[in-house]
Design a binder for this molecule. Structure first.
Ligand SMILES: [Zn+2]
Length: 485
Protein backbone atom coordinates (compact mmCIF):
# COMPACT_ATOMS: atom_id res chain seq x y z
CA UNK A 1 0.00 0.00 0.00
CA UNK A 2 1.30 3.43 -0.98
CA UNK A 3 0.44 6.63 0.85
CA UNK A 4 1.50 10.20 0.34
CA UNK A 5 3.60 11.26 3.31
CA UNK A 6 3.40 15.02 3.99
CA UNK A 7 6.62 14.81 6.00
CA UNK A 8 8.68 13.63 3.03
CA UNK A 9 6.50 15.19 0.33
CA UNK A 10 6.23 11.95 -1.60
CA UNK A 11 4.24 8.79 -2.01
CA UNK A 12 5.84 5.96 -0.03
CA UNK A 13 5.14 2.33 0.64
CA UNK A 14 3.33 2.05 3.92
CA UNK A 15 5.07 -0.37 6.27
CA UNK A 16 4.15 -0.26 9.96
CA UNK A 17 6.87 -0.49 12.60
CA UNK A 18 5.27 -3.63 13.93
CA UNK A 19 3.72 -5.81 11.19
CA UNK A 20 0.97 -6.96 13.56
CA UNK A 21 -0.52 -3.61 14.40
CA UNK A 22 -0.87 -0.18 12.86
CA UNK A 23 -0.74 2.63 15.39
CA UNK A 24 -2.87 5.48 14.15
CA UNK A 25 -3.51 8.86 15.73
CA UNK A 26 -6.11 11.42 14.70
CA UNK A 27 -6.50 14.96 15.94
CA UNK A 28 -10.02 15.24 17.29
CA UNK A 29 -12.41 18.18 17.44
CA UNK A 30 -12.30 21.19 19.73
CA UNK A 31 -15.70 20.77 21.34
CA UNK A 32 -16.91 24.36 21.59
CA UNK A 33 -19.35 24.20 18.66
CA UNK A 34 -20.80 21.84 16.06
CA UNK A 35 -18.38 20.48 13.48
CA UNK A 36 -18.99 21.85 10.01
CA UNK A 37 -19.06 19.44 7.11
CA UNK A 38 -15.62 20.62 6.01
CA UNK A 39 -14.10 19.34 9.27
CA UNK A 40 -16.07 16.15 8.82
CA UNK A 41 -14.57 15.58 5.38
CA UNK A 42 -11.25 14.87 7.15
CA UNK A 43 -12.86 12.40 9.53
CA UNK A 44 -14.59 10.63 6.63
CA UNK A 45 -11.31 10.19 4.73
CA UNK A 46 -9.47 9.04 7.86
CA UNK A 47 -12.26 6.56 8.49
CA UNK A 48 -11.81 5.15 4.98
CA UNK A 49 -8.07 4.85 5.64
CA UNK A 50 -8.65 2.95 8.90
CA UNK A 51 -11.25 0.66 7.32
CA UNK A 52 -9.01 -0.03 4.33
CA UNK A 53 -6.08 -0.91 6.59
CA UNK A 54 -8.35 -3.38 8.38
CA UNK A 55 -9.70 -4.66 5.05
CA UNK A 56 -6.23 -5.54 3.79
CA UNK A 57 -5.56 -7.45 7.00
CA UNK A 58 -3.91 -5.11 9.49
CA UNK A 59 -4.93 -4.77 13.08
CA UNK A 60 -5.32 -1.10 13.84
CA UNK A 61 -5.23 0.74 17.13
CA UNK A 62 -6.56 4.21 16.60
CA UNK A 63 -6.51 6.99 19.15
CA UNK A 64 -8.23 10.36 19.01
CA UNK A 65 -8.17 13.30 21.40
CA UNK A 66 -11.05 15.58 22.29
CA UNK A 67 -9.81 19.13 22.83
CA UNK A 68 -11.69 20.48 25.82
CA UNK A 69 -9.01 22.87 27.09
CA UNK A 70 -6.25 25.16 25.87
CA UNK A 71 -7.14 25.79 22.21
CA UNK A 72 -7.13 29.50 21.40
CA UNK A 73 -8.80 31.07 18.39
CA UNK A 74 -5.42 31.51 16.79
CA UNK A 75 -3.58 28.22 16.44
CA UNK A 76 -0.42 30.13 17.42
CA UNK A 77 -1.66 30.32 21.03
CA UNK A 78 -3.11 33.77 20.73
CA UNK A 79 -6.59 35.21 20.71
CA UNK A 80 -9.46 33.95 22.81
CA UNK A 81 -9.92 30.56 24.43
CA UNK A 82 -12.34 28.64 22.20
CA UNK A 83 -13.97 26.69 25.03
CA UNK A 84 -14.46 29.80 27.13
CA UNK A 85 -15.94 31.57 24.13
CA UNK A 86 -18.39 28.70 23.61
CA UNK A 87 -19.38 28.70 27.27
CA UNK A 88 -19.98 32.46 27.27
CA UNK A 89 -21.96 32.26 24.04
CA UNK A 90 -24.32 29.69 25.48
CA UNK A 91 -24.22 30.79 29.13
CA UNK A 92 -23.17 27.32 30.23
CA UNK A 93 -20.12 25.91 31.99
CA UNK A 94 -17.08 24.82 29.98
CA UNK A 95 -17.68 21.20 31.03
CA UNK A 96 -21.31 21.35 29.88
CA UNK A 97 -20.23 22.75 26.54
CA UNK A 98 -17.57 20.04 26.18
CA UNK A 99 -20.06 17.26 26.95
CA UNK A 100 -22.74 18.65 24.67
CA UNK A 101 -20.50 19.13 21.64
CA UNK A 102 -18.60 15.88 22.15
CA UNK A 103 -21.94 14.04 21.99
CA UNK A 104 -23.00 16.13 18.99
CA UNK A 105 -19.72 15.28 17.21
CA UNK A 106 -20.16 11.53 17.67
CA UNK A 107 -23.82 11.74 16.66
CA UNK A 108 -22.69 13.38 13.39
CA UNK A 109 -20.00 10.73 12.94
CA UNK A 110 -22.56 7.96 13.41
CA UNK A 111 -24.78 9.48 10.72
CA UNK A 112 -21.78 9.62 8.39
CA UNK A 113 -20.88 6.02 9.20
CA UNK A 114 -17.56 7.05 10.78
CA UNK A 115 -16.33 4.43 13.22
CA UNK A 116 -15.49 5.71 16.70
CA UNK A 117 -11.73 5.23 17.27
CA UNK A 118 -10.62 2.52 19.71
CA UNK A 119 -9.53 5.15 22.22
CA UNK A 120 -11.12 8.58 22.58
CA UNK A 121 -9.42 10.70 25.19
CA UNK A 122 -10.42 14.18 26.38
CA UNK A 123 -7.40 16.45 26.85
CA UNK A 124 -8.41 17.15 30.46
CA UNK A 125 -7.85 13.45 31.33
CA UNK A 126 -4.10 13.45 30.76
CA UNK A 127 -2.65 16.36 32.73
CA UNK A 128 -0.02 14.08 34.34
CA UNK A 129 1.31 13.07 30.90
CA UNK A 130 1.76 16.69 29.84
CA UNK A 131 3.52 17.59 33.09
CA UNK A 132 5.89 14.63 32.62
CA UNK A 133 6.78 15.68 29.06
CA UNK A 134 7.12 19.39 29.89
CA UNK A 135 9.34 18.67 32.92
CA UNK A 136 11.70 16.65 30.72
CA UNK A 137 11.68 19.31 27.98
CA UNK A 138 12.75 21.93 30.54
CA UNK A 139 15.50 19.60 31.83
CA UNK A 140 16.74 19.10 28.28
CA UNK A 141 16.56 22.87 27.75
CA UNK A 142 14.05 22.67 24.95
CA UNK A 143 11.60 24.64 27.04
CA UNK A 144 11.81 27.78 29.15
CA UNK A 145 9.75 29.72 31.64
CA UNK A 146 8.75 33.27 30.83
CA UNK A 147 6.11 35.49 32.33
CA UNK A 148 4.77 32.54 34.33
CA UNK A 149 4.18 30.35 31.25
CA UNK A 150 6.26 27.50 29.86
CA UNK A 151 7.28 27.82 26.20
CA UNK A 152 8.92 25.50 23.71
CA UNK A 153 12.07 27.04 22.24
CA UNK A 154 11.91 26.40 18.50
CA UNK A 155 15.39 27.86 17.93
CA UNK A 156 16.85 24.73 19.56
CA UNK A 157 15.87 22.61 16.59
CA UNK A 158 17.91 22.09 13.44
CA UNK A 159 14.76 21.59 11.46
CA UNK A 160 11.48 22.96 12.69
CA UNK A 161 9.42 23.27 9.49
CA UNK A 162 8.62 19.74 8.50
CA UNK A 163 5.66 20.10 6.21
CA UNK A 164 6.41 23.20 4.23
CA UNK A 165 9.08 25.70 3.48
CA UNK A 166 7.67 28.52 5.54
CA UNK A 167 9.79 31.55 5.83
CA UNK A 168 9.45 34.01 8.67
CA UNK A 169 7.06 36.21 6.70
CA UNK A 170 4.55 33.44 6.12
CA UNK A 171 4.28 32.86 9.81
CA UNK A 172 2.03 35.84 10.20
CA UNK A 173 -0.52 33.17 9.33
CA UNK A 174 -1.00 32.32 12.97
CA UNK A 175 -1.40 35.89 14.06
CA UNK A 176 -4.69 37.59 13.40
CA UNK A 177 -5.32 41.25 13.17
CA UNK A 178 -6.18 42.81 16.47
CA UNK A 179 -4.47 40.01 18.39
CA UNK A 180 -1.63 41.17 20.55
CA UNK A 181 1.59 39.19 20.12
CA UNK A 182 2.90 37.37 23.18
CA UNK A 183 6.03 39.26 24.26
CA UNK A 184 7.19 36.41 26.51
CA UNK A 185 8.23 34.38 23.48
CA UNK A 186 11.93 34.34 22.65
CA UNK A 187 11.20 33.41 19.04
CA UNK A 188 8.15 34.15 16.99
CA UNK A 189 7.23 30.47 16.58
CA UNK A 190 7.74 29.40 20.17
CA UNK A 191 4.57 27.93 21.55
CA UNK A 192 2.99 27.51 24.96
CA UNK A 193 3.31 24.18 26.72
CA UNK A 194 1.75 25.33 29.98
CA UNK A 195 -0.13 28.50 30.88
CA UNK A 196 -0.13 29.78 34.44
CA UNK A 197 -0.50 33.47 33.77
CA UNK A 198 -2.76 34.20 30.89
CA UNK A 199 -5.26 36.82 30.00
CA UNK A 200 -8.06 34.43 30.81
CA UNK A 201 -8.54 35.09 34.48
CA UNK A 202 -11.89 33.39 34.37
CA UNK A 203 -10.37 30.17 32.96
CA UNK A 204 -12.62 27.45 34.36
CA UNK A 205 -10.26 24.49 34.33
CA UNK A 206 -6.94 24.70 36.16
CA UNK A 207 -4.53 22.16 37.59
CA UNK A 208 -1.58 22.21 39.93
CA UNK A 209 1.82 21.89 38.26
CA UNK A 210 5.51 22.44 39.14
CA UNK A 211 5.16 25.87 37.48
CA UNK A 212 2.02 26.94 39.31
CA UNK A 213 -1.70 26.46 38.89
CA UNK A 214 -2.62 26.57 35.22
CA UNK A 215 -3.56 24.58 32.15
CA UNK A 216 -1.85 22.97 29.14
CA UNK A 217 -1.39 24.52 25.71
CA UNK A 218 -3.21 22.93 22.81
CA UNK A 219 -0.30 21.20 21.02
CA UNK A 220 1.04 19.22 23.98
CA UNK A 221 -2.18 17.26 24.36
CA UNK A 222 -1.79 15.26 21.17
CA UNK A 223 1.79 14.23 22.02
CA UNK A 224 0.75 13.29 25.56
CA UNK A 225 -2.36 11.35 24.57
CA UNK A 226 -0.62 9.56 21.73
CA UNK A 227 2.29 8.43 23.91
CA UNK A 228 -0.05 7.38 26.73
CA UNK A 229 -1.96 4.99 24.48
CA UNK A 230 0.40 4.14 21.62
CA UNK A 231 3.85 4.37 23.18
CA UNK A 232 6.93 6.07 21.82
CA UNK A 233 6.34 5.49 18.13
CA UNK A 234 3.49 6.04 15.77
CA UNK A 235 2.78 4.74 12.25
CA UNK A 236 0.28 7.28 10.94
CA UNK A 237 -0.82 10.63 12.25
CA UNK A 238 -3.79 12.23 10.47
CA UNK A 239 -5.57 15.53 10.44
CA UNK A 240 -6.91 18.31 8.29
CA UNK A 241 -4.34 20.34 6.33
CA UNK A 242 -5.03 23.25 8.72
CA UNK A 243 -3.30 21.23 11.39
CA UNK A 244 -0.01 20.79 9.53
CA UNK A 245 1.27 24.15 10.70
CA UNK A 246 1.64 25.03 13.47
CA UNK A 247 -0.14 22.20 15.32
CA UNK A 248 1.52 19.10 13.84
CA UNK A 249 4.82 20.92 13.38
CA UNK A 250 4.77 21.65 17.12
CA UNK A 251 3.71 18.11 17.99
CA UNK A 252 6.79 16.79 16.17
CA UNK A 253 9.07 19.41 17.77
CA UNK A 254 8.06 18.58 21.33
CA UNK A 255 7.65 14.80 20.87
CA UNK A 256 11.01 14.20 19.22
CA UNK A 257 12.84 16.56 21.58
CA UNK A 258 11.31 14.68 24.50
CA UNK A 259 11.89 11.19 23.10
CA UNK A 260 15.29 11.81 21.50
CA UNK A 261 14.25 9.84 18.41
CA UNK A 262 11.86 9.86 15.49
CA UNK A 263 8.24 9.74 16.57
CA UNK A 264 5.87 9.26 13.62
CA UNK A 265 6.54 7.80 10.16
CA UNK A 266 3.56 8.89 8.08
CA UNK A 267 1.61 12.14 8.12
CA UNK A 268 -1.67 12.25 6.26
CA UNK A 269 -3.40 15.56 5.67
CA UNK A 270 -6.83 16.02 4.18
CA UNK A 271 -7.39 19.16 2.13
CA UNK A 272 -10.09 21.76 2.60
CA UNK A 273 -13.69 21.67 1.64
CA UNK A 274 -14.36 24.94 -0.09
CA UNK A 275 -17.42 26.90 -1.07
CA UNK A 276 -17.68 29.41 -3.89
CA UNK A 277 -16.56 32.03 -1.34
CA UNK A 278 -13.39 30.13 -0.42
CA UNK A 279 -12.39 28.05 2.58
CA UNK A 280 -15.30 26.85 4.67
CA UNK A 281 -15.42 28.14 8.23
CA UNK A 282 -17.91 28.47 11.04
CA UNK A 283 -17.97 32.23 10.87
CA UNK A 284 -18.30 32.69 7.13
CA UNK A 285 -21.48 32.18 5.12
CA UNK A 286 -23.96 29.44 5.92
CA UNK A 287 -22.89 27.26 8.87
CA UNK A 288 -22.97 23.88 7.13
CA UNK A 289 -23.60 21.07 9.58
CA UNK A 290 -24.89 17.52 9.24
CA UNK A 291 -28.16 18.68 10.84
CA UNK A 292 -28.55 21.35 8.18
CA UNK A 293 -28.05 18.73 5.45
CA UNK A 294 -30.77 16.62 7.07
CA UNK A 295 -33.12 19.59 7.44
CA UNK A 296 -32.75 20.19 3.73
CA UNK A 297 -33.62 16.56 3.05
CA UNK A 298 -30.17 15.15 2.29
CA UNK A 299 -29.06 11.75 3.55
CA UNK A 300 -25.71 12.28 5.39
CA UNK A 301 -24.38 9.17 3.63
CA UNK A 302 -24.84 10.94 0.31
CA UNK A 303 -22.51 13.64 1.65
CA UNK A 304 -20.02 10.87 2.45
CA UNK A 305 -20.47 9.54 -1.10
CA UNK A 306 -19.88 13.08 -2.42
CA UNK A 307 -16.59 13.29 -0.45
CA UNK A 308 -15.40 9.92 -1.72
CA UNK A 309 -15.79 11.03 -5.31
CA UNK A 310 -12.72 13.22 -5.04
CA UNK A 311 -9.19 12.66 -3.80
CA UNK A 312 -8.39 13.67 -0.23
CA UNK A 313 -5.30 15.64 -1.32
CA UNK A 314 -7.36 17.94 -3.50
CA UNK A 315 -9.62 20.73 -2.31
CA UNK A 316 -13.24 19.83 -2.80
CA UNK A 317 -15.78 22.47 -3.77
CA UNK A 318 -19.10 22.18 -2.02
CA UNK A 319 -22.28 23.58 -3.54
CA UNK A 320 -25.86 22.45 -3.26
CA UNK A 321 -25.78 21.76 -6.97
CA UNK A 322 -22.75 19.48 -6.59
CA UNK A 323 -24.46 17.70 -3.73
CA UNK A 324 -27.61 17.27 -5.86
CA UNK A 325 -25.47 15.62 -8.52
CA UNK A 326 -24.19 13.21 -5.89
CA UNK A 327 -27.81 12.50 -4.84
CA UNK A 328 -28.67 11.59 -8.43
CA UNK A 329 -25.59 9.41 -8.91
CA UNK A 330 -26.15 7.67 -5.57
CA UNK A 331 -29.85 7.07 -6.38
CA UNK A 332 -29.01 5.51 -9.74
CA UNK A 333 -26.40 3.27 -8.19
CA UNK A 334 -28.81 2.12 -5.48
CA UNK A 335 -31.57 1.38 -8.06
CA UNK A 336 -29.18 -0.83 -10.01
CA UNK A 337 -28.12 -2.68 -6.87
CA UNK A 338 -31.78 -3.10 -5.88
CA UNK A 339 -32.34 -5.12 -9.05
CA UNK A 340 -29.70 -7.70 -8.10
CA UNK A 341 -30.88 -10.95 -6.50
CA UNK A 342 -29.11 -12.87 -3.80
CA UNK A 343 -30.45 -16.19 -5.06
CA UNK A 344 -29.00 -15.57 -8.52
CA UNK A 345 -26.15 -18.09 -8.54
CA UNK A 346 -23.34 -18.92 -6.12
CA UNK A 347 -20.20 -16.91 -5.39
CA UNK A 348 -18.04 -16.79 -8.50
CA UNK A 349 -14.53 -16.90 -7.00
CA UNK A 350 -12.73 -15.95 -10.20
CA UNK A 351 -14.83 -12.82 -10.65
CA UNK A 352 -14.51 -11.98 -6.94
CA UNK A 353 -10.72 -12.19 -7.09
CA UNK A 354 -10.53 -9.94 -10.15
CA UNK A 355 -12.87 -7.35 -8.64
CA UNK A 356 -11.08 -7.39 -5.29
CA UNK A 357 -7.79 -6.72 -7.03
CA UNK A 358 -9.27 -3.67 -8.75
CA UNK A 359 -10.82 -2.32 -5.58
CA UNK A 360 -7.77 -2.86 -3.47
CA UNK A 361 -5.53 -1.46 -6.18
CA UNK A 362 -7.49 1.80 -6.16
CA UNK A 363 -7.21 2.34 -2.42
CA UNK A 364 -3.67 1.00 -2.17
CA UNK A 365 -2.67 3.85 -4.44
CA UNK A 366 -2.80 6.70 -1.93
CA UNK A 367 -6.45 6.06 -1.07
CA UNK A 368 -7.96 6.78 -4.46
CA UNK A 369 -11.56 6.69 -3.27
CA UNK A 370 -12.95 8.11 -6.53
CA UNK A 371 -11.53 5.13 -8.39
CA UNK A 372 -12.74 2.76 -5.67
CA UNK A 373 -16.29 4.11 -6.20
CA UNK A 374 -16.02 3.40 -9.93
CA UNK A 375 -15.15 -0.21 -9.09
CA UNK A 376 -18.75 -0.49 -7.78
CA UNK A 377 -19.94 0.39 -11.29
CA UNK A 378 -17.47 -2.18 -12.68
CA UNK A 379 -19.03 -4.80 -10.39
CA UNK A 380 -22.48 -4.02 -11.79
CA UNK A 381 -21.25 -4.39 -15.37
CA UNK A 382 -19.11 -7.46 -14.73
CA UNK A 383 -20.03 -10.71 -16.49
CA UNK A 384 -21.04 -12.65 -13.40
CA UNK A 385 -24.13 -13.55 -11.41
CA UNK A 386 -26.20 -11.36 -9.05
CA UNK A 387 -25.09 -13.17 -5.91
CA UNK A 388 -21.42 -12.41 -6.64
CA UNK A 389 -22.16 -8.78 -7.47
CA UNK A 390 -24.09 -8.30 -4.25
CA UNK A 391 -21.38 -10.00 -2.18
CA UNK A 392 -18.67 -7.80 -3.70
CA UNK A 393 -20.62 -4.58 -3.22
CA UNK A 394 -21.32 -5.51 0.40
CA UNK A 395 -17.64 -6.28 0.94
CA UNK A 396 -16.38 -3.06 -0.65
CA UNK A 397 -18.93 -1.03 1.25
CA UNK A 398 -17.36 -2.15 4.54
CA UNK A 399 -14.56 0.25 3.49
CA UNK A 400 -16.48 2.92 1.56
CA UNK A 401 -19.24 2.97 4.17
CA UNK A 402 -21.92 4.60 2.01
CA UNK A 403 -24.71 2.20 2.96
CA UNK A 404 -25.38 0.85 -0.55
CA UNK A 405 -26.77 -2.53 0.48
CA UNK A 406 -29.15 -1.08 3.08
CA UNK A 407 -30.33 1.63 0.71
CA UNK A 408 -30.95 -0.98 -2.01
CA UNK A 409 -32.86 -3.12 0.48
CA UNK A 410 -35.05 -0.15 1.44
CA UNK A 411 -35.71 0.54 -2.21
CA UNK A 412 -36.73 -3.08 -2.84
CA UNK A 413 -39.08 -3.00 0.16
CA UNK A 414 -40.64 0.22 -1.04
CA UNK A 415 -41.19 -1.23 -4.51
CA UNK A 416 -42.69 -4.42 -3.04
CA UNK A 417 -45.09 -2.39 -0.90
CA UNK A 418 -46.14 -0.31 -3.85
CA UNK A 419 -46.70 -3.40 -5.97
CA UNK A 420 -48.71 -5.08 -3.16
CA UNK A 421 -50.97 -2.04 -2.92
CA UNK A 422 -51.48 -2.19 -6.68
CA UNK A 423 -49.72 1.13 -7.20
CA UNK A 424 -46.49 1.98 -8.90
CA UNK A 425 -45.47 -0.22 -11.75
CA UNK A 426 -48.32 -2.66 -11.00
CA UNK A 427 -50.87 -0.16 -12.28
CA UNK A 428 -50.33 1.02 -15.82
CA UNK A 429 -51.87 4.13 -17.28
CA UNK A 430 -51.86 4.39 -21.05
CA UNK A 431 -52.83 7.31 -23.20
CA UNK A 432 -54.47 6.04 -26.41
CA UNK A 433 -54.56 9.23 -28.44
CA UNK A 434 -50.88 10.07 -28.34
CA UNK A 435 -51.13 13.10 -26.04
CA UNK A 436 -49.95 11.84 -22.62
CA UNK A 437 -50.43 14.27 -19.73
CA UNK A 438 -48.67 13.73 -16.36
CA UNK A 439 -51.29 15.70 -14.39
CA UNK A 440 -54.10 13.62 -15.87
CA UNK A 441 -52.22 10.41 -15.14
CA UNK A 442 -51.69 11.42 -11.51
CA UNK A 443 -55.43 11.95 -11.18
CA UNK A 444 -56.14 8.56 -12.75
CA UNK A 445 -53.81 6.92 -10.23
CA UNK A 446 -55.46 8.84 -7.40
CA UNK A 447 -58.84 7.55 -8.63
CA UNK A 448 -57.56 3.97 -8.68
CA UNK A 449 -56.20 4.45 -5.15
CA UNK A 450 -59.62 5.78 -3.99
CA UNK A 451 -61.38 2.79 -5.53
CA UNK A 452 -59.03 0.40 -3.74
CA UNK A 453 -59.78 2.21 -0.49
CA UNK A 454 -63.51 1.75 -1.34
CA UNK A 455 -63.93 5.51 -1.39
CA UNK A 456 -66.21 5.37 -4.39
CA UNK A 457 -67.53 8.90 -3.95
CA UNK A 458 -63.98 10.26 -4.32
CA UNK A 459 -63.34 7.94 -7.31
CA UNK A 460 -66.48 9.24 -9.03
CA UNK A 461 -65.57 12.83 -8.23
CA UNK A 462 -62.17 12.40 -9.90
CA UNK A 463 -63.78 10.72 -12.94
CA UNK A 464 -66.19 13.68 -13.23
CA UNK A 465 -63.33 16.16 -12.84
CA UNK A 466 -61.42 14.43 -15.64
CA UNK A 467 -64.52 14.35 -17.83
CA UNK A 468 -64.93 18.07 -17.26
CA UNK A 469 -61.38 18.44 -18.57
CA UNK A 470 -62.34 16.43 -21.64
CA UNK A 471 -60.65 13.19 -20.62
CA UNK A 472 -62.39 9.84 -20.90
CA UNK A 473 -61.15 6.88 -18.87
CA UNK A 474 -61.54 3.19 -19.65
CA UNK A 475 -60.69 0.71 -16.92
CA UNK A 476 -58.62 -2.22 -18.22
CA UNK A 477 -56.92 -5.19 -16.52
CA UNK A 478 -53.98 -3.95 -14.42
CA UNK A 479 -54.58 -0.28 -15.16
CA UNK A 480 -56.51 2.29 -17.12
CA UNK A 481 -56.52 3.87 -20.55
CA UNK A 482 -57.55 7.40 -21.38
CA UNK A 483 -58.11 9.68 -24.33
CA UNK A 484 -59.06 13.28 -24.95
CA UNK A 485 -62.56 13.77 -26.31
ZN1 LIG B 1 -3.60 17.22 17.44
Amino acid sequence: MYLYNSATHKKEEFIPNNPDIVKMYTCGPTVYHYAHIGNLRSYIMEDVLEKHLRYVGYNVKRVMNITDVGHLTSDADEGEDKMLKGAQREKKSVMDIAKFYTDAFFADCAKLNIKTPDVVEPATNCIDEYIKIITRLIEKEYAYLAGGNVYFDTSKLDRYYIFNDHNEEDLAVGVREGVEADTNKRNKNDFVLWFTKSKFEDQALKWDSPWGVGYPGWHIECSGISMKHLGEDLDIHCGGIDNAFPHHTNEIAQSESYLGHKWCNFWMHVLHLKTAEGKMSKSKGEFLTVSLLEEKGYDPLVYRFFCLQSHYRKSLVFSWENLDNAVTAYGKLVSKIAQLREDDGALDETAAAALREKFRGALDNDLNTALAVTVIYDVLKYATNGATKLAMIAEFDTVLGVGLIDAAKREREKAAKLAASGGGSGFSVVCTDGAPDATVEDLIRARAEAKRAKNFAEADRIRDELRAQGVEITDVAGGAQYKHI
